[in-house]
Design a protein around this ligand. Sequence first.
Ligand SMILES: [Ca+2]
Ligand SMILES: [Ca+2]
Length: 241
Amino acid sequence: MTRDISQASTHPDKVRPASAVSRWSMDSSDVSSGTLQDSWGSNDGSLNGGITTGASGVGGSEAFSFDGSDDYVAVGDVLGGFTRLTVSSWVKVTGSSSNSSYNVVVGNSGAYVLSYQDDTDDFLFRLGLDGGKVDLRAGIGSVINTGWYHITGTWDGSKQRIYVNGSKVSEQSASGTMGDTSGKHMIMGSLDTNADGQGQSKYMFKGKIDEVRIYSEALSQQQVWKLYNVGRNANWGFSRS
Ligand SMILES: [Ca+2]
Ligand SMILES: [Ca+2]
């Protein structure tokens, strides 16, 4: 598939429709006193485990580096119960860290999860609908230690889709009521499955995470493609190293 990306935005704050909810840049300029500021909303995150900040990220920006042991960002008992959703992140997987197959990039247990699956060396987008788990895998082959990937999960209330590097990889029908995640915290780098507000050790992520975004609508293929190019655009200094 060939697309003209010459019109792609070079500004990291683009792709901000009315449905934009939260954006975390992972840039040091948005971190103070152990708190990562939400650039769009009020869903700030607390840094745990001694996360390494200032690591090289996408577009010449900075990322967080997670040690796979106890590093995670806890956003709070928020960001659940969506009727439509987009969740996206840049990730660089550098290890298989957990004692489960789930190396969670971002998730709110019972509602949605984006994860690296170390059993299949692949990405997973899970929705929590009507109390059950609805899983969609990316199926792109090995992603460990092969550089940065942009992963996006969307749900429009009837279809669930997963995109990698701006292109749709898989989709399926998915409907129901998303879990409200009451008591469970939205976490980056792990998952709060037992509603204690903390990332559980078996779901830790090892590698880098950058530019996590949440929208309350399913972004279109065109919007996801633009979102990917916002991050990778050479004019913005993107490097895969
Ligand atoms: Ca640590
Ligand atoms: Ca960044």
